[in-house]
Design a protein around this ligand. Structure first.
Ligand SMILES: [Zn+2]
Length: 322
């Protein structure tokens, strides 16, 4: 199974399905209940219905247009979740709740079957050439230029719709807010943000946009409770001084992280969101104005101190809080 970011990446992202649902929030704070704006049903027929002859649920809210295979009631919940993701993201970035991030509403298009997605790609996506070829093979395309993301459930679990709505909405927001394409971000910034939000808002952590470069799927599979055990694993690694080097983790690109590094990345975001809130917001805010000569390392040091300091502070928090 593969997915891709069609605008900025020519390579494909392999996806590993993470099987376990997570019961606990990723931070010390309780998870926020799904309380975003549910929007309204879209009355006019969409091309997905008229051209592809598919029955779908359609909703429109302040920031999103949703076209999904789930039933009307479930679509309402997804819409609330997307809006909640939006407002929670703004809150984490310490931005006003009414900040307008997208010039047009973000379109969320979700299919159950890969073949329906392929029909959509061929007939309605507007993709051509290499982009068309790639889109035919993957799920989870995030199009910054079209303010749109689309994906199919396939063999993913029933929990997938909620998980993916949070996960990909965070990707859209992180990209838009920072002004960076996914390939310009480090893995921990891009993926860990998405996992932190999906764990917090949907209670799941099932999406994997990246290939674990160094250890395959072994560590995740070895976790008895699936990824639900990641905090325990991270803590054990710290206690036994076996955790991956902070510097290597922070430097790794999307497809360069090991699973242990990914888990560490989730934890570092978790720690920042709880203990270093101001710095985290300031760090992300500083990216766009510095885009022309972006030095993420320098920005990290400026906001969080040296790698050694970061490791020390984070590790002691992990030992105390996990
Ligand atoms: Zn992702």
């Amino acid at each position: 199974m593969r997915r891709m970011d069609g605008v900025v990446r020519s390579g494909l992202w392999a996806v590993t399905l993470l099987a376990a649902a997570l019961a606990l929030p990723a931070s010390g704070d309780p998870p926020v209940s799904a309380g975003g704006d549910a929007g309204t049903e879209i009355a006019e027929p969409s091309e997905i219905e008229s051209k592809l002859k598919l029955k779908i649920s359609k909703r429109e809210s302040k920031h999103f247009k949703l076209y999904t295979f789930v039933d009307a009631e479930a679509a309402k919940e997804l819409m609330k979740l997307a809006e909640q993701t939006y407002s929670e993201f703004m809150a984490l970035m310490e931005m006003p709740a009414n900040t307008v991030m997208f010039s047009e509403k973000v379109e969320i298009i979700m299919f159950r079957e890969p073949r329906n997605h392929q029909q959509w790609v061929q007939q309605l996506s507007g993709y051509t050439g290499q982009k068309l070829d790639q889109a035919m093979k993957v799920s989870g395309d995030i199009s910054y230029s079209n303010n749109r993301w689309e994906a199919w459930q396939g063999q993913f679990s029933e929990r997938w719709p909620k998980d993916v709505v949070v996960h990909h909405t965070v990707h859209m927001l992180t990209g838009k807010y920072s002004g960076l394409a996914s390939s310009q971000m480090k893995g921990w910034m891009y993926e860990a943000m998405a996992y932190w939000f999906s764990l917090r808002l949907s209670g799941t952590c099932e999406q994997y946009c990246v290939t674990q470069a160094k250890e395959g799927a072994s560590v995740m599979k070895a976790l008895k409770g699936g990824v639900a055990d990641w905090k325990k694993t991270v803590k054990e690694q710290v206690a036994q001084k076996k955790d991956p080097k902070m510097e290597a983790m922070l430097q790794s690109g999307l497809n360069e992280m090991s699973e242990r590094e990914m888990m560490k990345g989730w934890s570092v975001i978790d720690w920042m969101a709880v203990e270093k809130k101001k710095q985290l917001a300031a760090f992300f805010k500083a990216i766009r104005p510095n885009k022309a000569k972006l030095d993420l390392n320098a920005l990290m040091v400026e906001h969080f101190g040296s790698c050694d300091e970061l490791q020390k502070d984070w590790a002691s928090w992990v030992l105390k809080n996990y």
